[in-house]
Write a protein that binds this ligand. Sequence first.
Ligand code: SER
Length: 600
Amino acid sequence: MNARELKNKYIEFFVSKGHVEIPSASLVPENDPTTLFISAGMHPLVPYLLGQPHPLGKRITDVQKSVRTGDIDEVGDTYHHTFFEMLGNWSLGDYFKKEAIEFSYEFLTKVLSINPNNLFATYFAGNETAPKDDLSASVWKSLNIPDDRVVPLTDNWWGPAGATGPCGPDSEMFVDTRPELPPVDFKTGDKQGRYLEIWNDVFMEYNKKTDNSYQKLSQQNVDTGMGVERTVAVLNGFADDYLTSIWQPIIKKIEELSKMDYGIESDDFYIKDDKQCWVDVRKSMRIIADHIRSAVFIIADDVEPANKEAGYVLRRLIRRSIRQGKLIGINTNFCSTIGQSVLGNQDNYAGIYPELDQNKEKILSILDNEENKFRKTLDRGLTEINKLITRQHNVSGKEAFDLYQSYGFPVEMVEEELSKNKLTLDKDEFLKYKDEHQKLSQTLSSGKFKSGLADQSEIITKYHTATHLLHASLRKILGTHVQQSGSNITSERLRFDFSHPEKLTDDQLKQVETMVNEQINRDLKITCDTLPFIESQKQGALAFFGSKYPETVTMYTMGDFSKEVCTGPHVEHTSTLGKFKIQKEESASAGKRRIYAVLE
Ligand code: SER
């Protein structure tokens, strides 16, 4: 079964159980300052898990694009990926543990034909926050999973996705990929290699608050997540995800460019490069495939390489790929070629994600430009290093850190240059500077993570409403070519990106600010309606996220001034916002402007 078939079967199954399919949300969270990327299927559904009614009802299913950068350093093994697709089904205050587990069991054994004797089901063993989940255990046992394969674990807890929000105990399902071997102890044995996790049912009935306490939610939810890449590997009997048809076209392209083999047996894939260093070819190929695939999807959702936040993650993914390419002997631009094989993967993506098709040229040219830039950086760095070697016969840890810090020059390459000259780097000194720098930037950015939309805090809600007023004012003053292209809210300010060809004059900024304040003073009433998307468009509601809207949507109306399709939440009256002040206007990217504003 390939990825496309799996995705179709999953959605068909849950639709047959009364769920409504929704499209994948963008990888960039709307109005959630606590995380850079959507990291799970439940992430865009947070408001509904917290109790807001979903316009499409209480049973939802989808395939959600996700990015997890937390374990970027693990990528290179058989199963860690930065980008992945996640299948999910949700009960928003509808069914709970019994039905969720029964659905999971039926899908795994009947639709995917996994032998029930090869399944393990784990459940929450209990702690000071929540009790042991005996109910889940008894449901699994009632489905004929033998008692010794229903395992209590203390870390079976999932969420929240950001700093705060819905979370709860979970039941993770594993498949024994080598049932012919004698069983190993589930808790202590090497289950990563053999017992592979393929699905997670989370029973979300708690809300983690900013003060780290847990509060019971007003409704009991189910959130499930099944990783497409892992499941396809298991169904096809591969212990290595990269051997599936999801990855093979990309790996083949890397083989062609590097003139090396991905290899089958574990000893095949170490080579000695011209500097006589051992290189794990397979690992390098996996990193390139993983990182370029992520980069393609991230660019398709309107992120460009930059020195901070999401743009920095993107830059890092591309740079790490280039570095790995060099290790396996690819010395000319290759990222856009790999990008092309991601875009053209017929089994998986071709025709499924319109944002890939629509942004094809842009994706490839960003990959290429970024690669050109980084190759220049590498050349500059190498010249610098060789100067230092000639002058002082070494490069200090501090100098290596400066190169890393100012050019993004990889420390491994400093070491390689030194080793060619039979010199070694003081790595401890390098790490000392790196750690100091990291601590400093963490302190600087900690303010940013203080609160998020996930905790529905009052100030974030106010900024969200102010964003709608700003959007409508910009369109009235500058013209209807103005369209929102991004928004980011923290408890300190709002940031709004929109299409407009030139810098705003001081006079225009003043007019916009005045218009927003007038609407605040008029104390407009804010109403929310649930209606078909087409109807919202007939009523003139703004909605600029292309084809990404479900059939039925929620629309927020602010008096006679603004109408937008949006999931909310918003305040009820504009007078609660206080005074609106624009702090800064700048370019966001070509043809796009960015405004920072505060409420005082
Ligand atoms: N949110 C859970 C996970 O990511 C289940 O969907 O595993």
